[in-house]
Design a protein around this ligand. Structure first.
Ligand SMILES: [Zn+2]
Ligand SMILES: [Zn+2]
Length: 888
């Protein structure tokens, strides 16, 4: 179906073509032009190839996030790739050495689900999908250099995941431990914390994540927590919202750990308390205190309130709780209930809003600062994984502690007060509790009384360190990255278990550990690999005895943590990449993708980069210089989804309007960082615009062809007013697009500006036809029109480029330079000041001289009113910028 027929059928009301001329004009047919060019491009595998590092052009690495090969591109992909492709083409045209690769994030669960559903092996399903999506990408005319294609499910790629894992294992960055894990019953596998969204699976919006205890492999990303946080300040080319999300995810909090001895006997004697006031801790070096020998360490961010602690609160799964419960069946059952409540709250993602319950353990601990004997409680809102899994409860100065103390009748003791209150001499006015402000002064806190909070925090932490019962600590919300997955379609973890030698890594020369083919996939628990004896049974590289192979596979976020390095030397079979190529190409100049990757992928890949740097493989600290997150494509106000029935297929759009119109519309309909509401009428409109460009250029092709030189314009001055008007509009348009590509990327207004330019040209067609615009001027205008449209509509512009320039390869044609003088507006606005204060703005001709400016300024009504009755001492003129009138 041709574009024009469709246009008329779907949108009959809009612009019927002028029938008299259209009979003789060539018809724009993307269905004819686009496949023809696609074929020609396919015959030139090096068309989009990067030049070697020795190229003296500036390098530019532009990258769009690689897709999961689901088998079908969606409009979100089209938009993402259209942005990246326009940028890549612009960079080629401005003389850069461009790397613009693409690949496939090809491991992952959907392949296994599909295998179950369609009885197709994951590899076959994935390979078929890749081929289908690659066809779509090529049909869109995207400028990828497929020679660097990276497919993460191929052994030539995932062997390096295994190699990296082994390096990390050697350095203690990969380790195994039993831990509480998030388990998705739909995925039948463990999820990382980052993959649990409000208690639900990130892939299964309706599936609550469960907690299970499992032996897991972890990557020690927490070793890099501080650097990941600090280096966010270097990423000034990233959206602030993404940096904020990462900062919150890393969640650094400064505080102190303080150890309380457990003491179940009587309270301290007066003598013991006196010792404390003599400056000696009641605990340091004292063996006469009736202690149990046990202690509990709490983490607090507010050590300045420690004199206000009236209980200790333990997480239900704190090891001490289990000890206490052994001899106390009542406590044991109470704790079981608390564990259950916490688990439920965790699963429903409501941990923050959990109704607080607790149980007294019957045990006590001594506050090392004042000797107070505090009851030890278990509470369902305390988390084992935060801090030490134990807190000191300060009800007067903490929201949650206050709520809990009120409920259970625990003591409330005020130890900080607002400054003004303590300053006043007529009694203390108590603040509303809980009072949590940090700008306050200490009271009821022994020798620390009257200190301000910040100072108290330093002094009290130092005191605890000196006395040996506490220390300053920093804690992070970021946890180590659990990468074990109990699924088949992923990178096998290259580890062996030997009875004699324990955990033994597979030696490098035995990598890759290949994923076996033809296996039976079920979604029943446990890794499918564990059911294949040929895979599980191996021999130990150390002792030669029998060993069992690890059957978990790696989280697919491992694959995407470093794939963009592999693009620089995708065929390397000796190393993951060539370090010298990385030094040339990295950091990535521009990375483009969805904001949904702000945390997972974009933290993991920063971590991986830092690890590779510490392995001495690369020199850059960060992978990505500039990051752009595009908005979503929506329809009728909602995200496109099958369930809503509002999915628009790229194939349909291409068939009706062509790839150029589909791509250009996705850039034209909204600024790229905003959501785009897909309107088919809009695509039809863009298609008609492209048709106008096509007919305009084709109509004058014979006239302009002899005058399109390889560089520079051959027209001569003086120019007629019409020629000047057209050239001015052209150069203003070039300037706008150039500035936008280098800055804010408002491609929607760029395309709108090109439409305006075309309108200006067609409005003058009578004169153009009558030869009132010299051929060389017309040639300059049409040639540059084609060039500035090239990043947005590569097929059409290649066709037109060939028609008038003799070559359709616009990537090497050079980006037109705008002439500042020509681009200048006819009229400009100039501020007029009186004694340095802005009083009026006048409109004058852009080339107005001093005299004209003075006259115009003085003639302004507001200025005349303002200077009435005063003496003008002098008039200062900055041509094109300012008129300043000095009066007395
Ligand atoms: Zn799931
Ligand atoms: Zn062994």
């Amino acid at each position: 179906m041709s574009a024009n027929k469709t246009t008329k059928k779907t949108a009959p009301a809009v612009t019927a073509e002028p029938s008299s001329s259209s009979l003789h004009e060539p018809r724009y047919s993307p269905a004819d032009i686009e496949p023809r060019w696609q074929k020609r491009w396919a015959e030139q595998p090096d068309l989009y190839g990067a030049e070697p590092a020795s190229s003296n052009k500036p390098k530019y690495y532009v990258l769009e996030m690689l897709p999961y090969p689901s088998g079908q591109l969606h409009m979100g992909h089209v938009r993402n790739y259209a942005i990246g492709d326009a940028l890549a083409r612009y960079m080629w045209m401005t003389g850069h050495n461009v790397l613009h690769p693409m690949g496939w994030d090809a491991f992952g669960l959907p392949a296994e689900n599909a295998a179950l559903k369609n009885d197709t092996p994951p590899r076959e399903w994935t390979t078929k999908n890749i081929a289908a999506m690659k066809r779509q990408m090529d049909r869109l005319g995207l400028s990828y250099d497929w020679r660097n294609e990276v497919t993460t499910c191929l052994p030539e790629y995932y062997r390096w995941n295994q190699w990296f894992f082994t390096r990390m294992f050697e350095r203690g960055l990969a380790y195994r431990k039993k831990s509480k894990v998030n388990w998705c019953p739909e995925c039948c596998t463990v999820l990382a914390n980052e993959q649990v969204i409000n208690g639900y699976c990130w892939r299964h919006e309706d599936t609550l994540v469960e907690q299970r205890d499992l032996e897991q492999w972890f990557l020690r990303i927490t070793n890099y927590a501080q650097e990941l946080l600090d280096d966010l300040s270097k990423l000034d080319g990233w959206p602030e919202k993404v940096r904020t999300m990462q900062r919150n995810w890393i969640g650094r909090s400064e505080g102190a750990e303080v150890t309380f001895q457990i003491q179940d006997g009587a309270s301290l004697s007066d003598e013991e308390l006196a010792l404390r006031h003599g400056g000696t801790s009641v605990l340091s070096g004292r063996d006469d205190v009736k202690g149990s020998g046990k202690s509990v360490t709490v983490f607090t961010t507010r050590i300045d309130t420690i004199f206000g602690a009236t209980s200790i609160q333990l997480a239900p799964e704190h090891p001490l709780v289990a000890e206490f419960a052994v001899s106390n069946p009542t406590l044991a059952s109470e704790v079981a209930a608390l564990v259950d409540q916490q688990k439920k709250a965790r699963e429903s993602g409501d941990l923050g809003a959990i109704e607080k319950h607790g149980a007294f353990t019957g045990h006590y601990a001594i506050n090392p600062f004042n000797g107070d004997r505090l009851p030890i409680w278990v509470a369902n809102y305390i988390l084992l994984e935060y801090g030490t899994g134990a807190i000191m409860s300060v009800p007067a100065h903490d929201e949650r502690d206050h709520e809990f103390a009120k409920k259970y009748g625990l003591d409330i003791r005020i130890v900080i007060l607002p400054r003004r209150t303590t300053d006043s001499t007529n009694g203390e006015e108590e603040p509303m509790l809980p009072y949590t402000a940090e700008d306050s002064l200490l009271m009821n806190s022994g020798e620390f009384n009257t200190l301000a909070n910040q100072e108290a925090q330093h002094k009290m932490t130092a005191f605890a360190e000196e006395k040996g019962f506490g220390k300053a600590t920093v804690s992070y919300r970021l946890k180590d990255w659990g990468i074990s997955r109990q699924r088949y379609w992923g990178t096998p973890i290259p580890m062996l278990y030997c009875e004699k030698d324990g955990i033994v890594p597979v030696p490098d020369n035995q990598l890759p550990v290949l994923l076996p083919e033809n296996i039976e996939i079920t979604m029943e628990g446990g890794s499918p690999l564990a059911r294949i004896p040929g895979f599980v049974n191996a021999s130990c590289p150390k002792c030669g005895g029998p060993a069992r192979r690890e059957t978990d596979t790696m989280d697919t976020f491992v694959d995407s943590s470093w794939y963009f390095y592999r693009y620089t030397s995708a065929k390397d079979d000796k190393a993951p990449f060539d370090s010298s190529a990385i030094e040339y190409w990295f950091p990535i100049d521009q990375y483009i993708g969805g904001v949904e990757h702000a945390i997972l992928h974009l933290i993991y890949s920063r971590f991986w980069t830092k690890v590779m740097r510490d392995l001495g493989m690369i020199k850059n600290d960060e992978p990505v210089h500039r990051l752009f997150t595009q908005g979503m494509v929506i329809k009728n106000g909602a995200k496109m989804s099958k369930s809503k029935g509002n999915v628009v297929s790229p194939d349909d759009m291409i068939a009706r309007y062509g790839a150029d119109a589909t791509r250009a519309y996705s850039l034209f309909a909204a600024p790229p960082d905003r959501d785009l509401d897909w309107q088919e009428d809009g695509v039809a409109g863009v298609s008609r615009f492209l048709g106008r460009v096509y007919r305009l250029v084709m109509k004058y092709a014979d006239r302009v062809r002899p005058h399109v030189g390889s560089g520079g314009y051959s027209y001569t001055v003086p120019l007629s007013p019409l020629s000047l008007t057209l050239l001015r509009k052209l150069h203003q348009t070039i300037r706008k697009i150039t500035v936008d590509f280098d800055g804010r990327w408002h491609f929607n207004t760029c395309i709108a500006a090109i439409m305006e330019l075309v309108n200006t040209i067609t409005a003058s067609e009578t004169s153009i036809t009558a030869d009132e615009v010299p051929d060389p001027v017309l040639a300059a205008i049409l040639r540059d029109l084609v060039l500035i449209l090239a990043p947005f509509a590569p097929y059409l512009t290649s066709e037109l480029g060939e028609q008038i320039m003799g070559s359709g390869n616009l990537l090497r044609a050079g980006w037109p330079k705008y002439d500042e003088a020509l681009a200048r507006e006819d009229e400009i606005e100039v501020p007029v000041q009186i004694n340095g204060k802005l009083r009026a703005v006048i409109r004058v001709s852009a080339d107005a001289n001093e005299e004209a400016l003075r006259d115009a300024g003085l003639a302004d009504e507001k200025i005349q009113a303002a200077v009435a009755g005063k003496t003008i001492v002098k008039v200062i003129i900055v041509p094109g910028k300012l008129v300043n009138i000095v009066v007395k």
